[in-house]
Design a protein around this ligand. Structure first.
Ligand code: NIG
Ligand code: FE
Length: 410
């Protein structure tokens, strides 16, 4: 059975051949067809074109009413499996405590770990599922989800099993990252290296045994994990078939970018602190620099120097960082607005950053991120807006009319 989309005002990132990413000057251009149609067959994009389409008699036809059709968002960095919430810390921040001060008092990630430890796997799934549906409604089709609120073998496995269940039960394409090295638990404070050994010797083999993670992640930053510890953890993850992806340079020039590049990380994420050395390291790599402007907004941090990166010829991906502590939102339309307002990116630069560059950051560039024949039919149909730029311009209100995932209207 085919689904034919007709009366498309503008079809964006429509390409016959897939490109793995776009960088530098190319980031501001997008292949667009006007007055277009697109055919979906067996959950995949079959073909598209301009002008009139003549459907077969048993085709299902959807009139897009002159809206824009574009790839669904590829959100390459989230922590959307978590227990409870942390609005108390939100208030503490308003009263003047920093993210690091809250963490030092046993709040922050350790607070979420305590809540998660008292939550059963089933209950964790029940709490996380509405967030999965929420991001689907907001136009996300592929998402990366991290563990990292377990901080012991039992609870890390619990999180990763919930992530797997979300992948089985929803239309989202999900990639999982093992982030045991998210914070040092309180009972290891006097000997953080002992915790690193636990991650390497017990957790990574257990995660690999159940084949629960595509990626290995480390929070390599001031007050969290050092470059040397990150080095060892990435090496152990790689030995077990997990590809590195790093939290780097959110709080300082941590060396996280360089260690990520050394291990050919798929992406290095956050990047509020990026100087010449980091730019040079990234230029020589195939690592996707990924910016999370929601975390900068929510924590009142400085913003990553996106313009400098793009002008240096680098690619940039944008992701939501959906998590209870630094960015409790998975709304990619808002992420695009922040990309423009705060990162000074152009509308088509943010569009590329939340679609194909995000897909690359998850290793999904061959199946997601553009409207290319053979790729998964994950797409967004907008209201009949004047042009793509209206979507991030009208921040805080959604311009999405319909979301189609795996060829099915959601
Ligand atoms: O990406 N920076 C580290 N980890 C998360 C925040 C986690 C939390 O505060 O719960 C992030 O911002
Ligand atoms: Fe994160």
């Amino acid at each position: 059975m085919r689904l034919v989309l007709k009366n498309i005002g503008s079809l964006l990132i429509a390409e016959q051949e897939p490109t793995s990413w776009v960088s530098g000057k190319e980031m501001s251009s997008v292949n667009a067809l006007s007055d277009a149609w697109l055919v979906i067959e067996n959950g995949k994009i079959a073909c598209f074109g301009e002008g009139e389409v003549i459907p077969f008699t048993d085709d299902e036809v959807l009139d897009c009413e002159a809206g824009i059709v574009m790839p669904a968002f590829c959100d390459s960095h989230t922590h959307l499996v978590y227990a409870g919430s942390r609005e108390q810390e939100y208030e503490d921040k308003i009263r003047g405590l920093s993210y690091e001060e809250i963490a030092l008092r046993g709040g922050g990630i350790l607070n979420s770990a305590k809540l998660l430890s008292n939550t059963s796997e089933n209950e964790l799934y029940e709490q996380s599922l509405p967030r999965a549906y929420e991001i689907i409604r907001s136009g996300t089709g592929a998402v990366e989800i991290k563990s990292g609120y377990g901080l012991n073998t039992r609870d890390e496995l619990k999180m990763l099993r919930v992530i797997r269940r979300l992948a089985e039960e929803t239309e989202l394409t999900i990639r999982a990252s093992f982030l045991g090295a998210h914070a040092v638990p309180a009972n290891f404070k006097s000997d953080p290296d002992k915790y690193v050994r636990l991650v390497i010797e017990e957790m990574i083999p257990a995660v690999a045994e159940e084949n629960l993670a595509d990626f290995i992640d480390v929070f390599c930053d001031r007050g969290f994990f050092t470059v040397e510890q990150t080095d060892r953890i990435l090496e152990a993850g790689l030995k077990h078939g997990m590809v590195p992806k790093i939290h780097a340079n959110e709080l300082d020039y941590s060396g996280g970018v360089q260690v990520g590049v050394k291990y050919q990380a798929r992406s290095v994420d956050h990047l509020e602190f990026v100087g010449e050395e980091e730019l040079i390291a990234l230029k020589k790599s195939e690592t996707m620099p990924t910016i999370l402007p929601g975390a900068s907004l929510f924590l009142g941090l400085s913003y990553a120097p996106a313009r400098k990166m793009i002008e240096a010829g680098l690619p940039v991906a944008l992701a939501s960082d959906y998590n209870p502590g630094s960015s409790p939102s998975g709304n990619m339309e808002l992420v695009m607005s922040l990309g423009i307002i705060q990162l000074k990116m152009l509308p088509f630069e943010v569009l590329n950053a939340v679609t194909r560059n995000g897909a690359y950051a998850m290793g999904l560039e061959e199946t997601h991120g553009s409207l290319t024949p053979g790729k998964v039919a994950n797409l967004i149909i907008t209201e009949p807006i004047s042009g793509f730029a209206f979507m991030p311009y009208a921040y805080g209100s959604s311009q999405i009319n319909k979301v189609i995932l795996n060829g099915k209207i959601q």
